[in-house]
Write a protein that binds this ligand. Structure first.
Ligand SMILES: [Zn+2]
Length: 114
């Protein structure tokens, strides 16, 4: 029957998705954001999608960014975490003392020469 095969053919062509596409989930990747209050937010994005620069933190509503060291939003929401605190995190106490001693020695040397 020619008409029967024509109907069958049109049904296959008009299908919303091929079976292989339906079985495979869209590739996704996790993107992690941090807000200024230290909350971590992990979202799943489509692999091809460009991640947004900021994501609203579901815990406190502050905008969250992908850089944990430099979250967006108002820094004064976390007054105890000053710039010095960040520096101290990156440098050990011994490092700080060594740098200070070096700077003082250089200063004394300059004063001595004059
Ligand atoms: Zn938050």
């Amino acid at each position: 029957m020619p008409s029967g095969s024509a109907i069958r053919g049109s049904r296959v062509g008009a299908g919303p998705a091929r079976p292989t596409e339906r079985c495979e989930p869209a590739p996704r990747r996790p993107v992690t954001y941090w807000c200024a209050n230290g909350h971590m937010v992990e979202i799943l994005l489509a692999a091809e999608a460009e991640p947004p620069a900021t994501w609203d933190c579901p815990h406190c509503g502050q905008p969250a960014g992908q850089d944990v060291q430099n979250p967006p939003g108002r820094q004064r929401a976390e007054p105890y975490k000053s710039h010095l605190a960040y520096v101290k995190e990156r440098r050990s106490e011994a490092d700080a003392e060594a740098i200070l001693a070096e700077a003082l020695a250089e200063l004394r040397q300059r004063r001595g020469e004059r």
